[in-house]
Design a protein. Sequence first.
Length: 95
Amino acid sequence: MTTATAAENPVSVNAFNIRTAAQIVDKLPSTNQMKAVLNHIIMKGSISQLEADELYRVKRLTSRVTELKKLGVSIVAEMRRDNTGKRYARYFIAS
């Protein structure tokens, strides 16, 4: 279990995985929550449940991540703790 700030990204992003993810994004409908989540990860580097809910109204981020994995996107989760000590997952594209 690590404690890290949201700005830190311990997972190096592989250009091949980004390219693969971008190709999958192009195939998803524009209103699709998976597309919003994947675009966010590509553009910002990672996403948490709080961000997904606030920005895209995605209530079940883990389900969207699982669906993206089934489509071939290599996504990993890292457990973190916020300032109050509460645990949460931050999702990255795997290297």
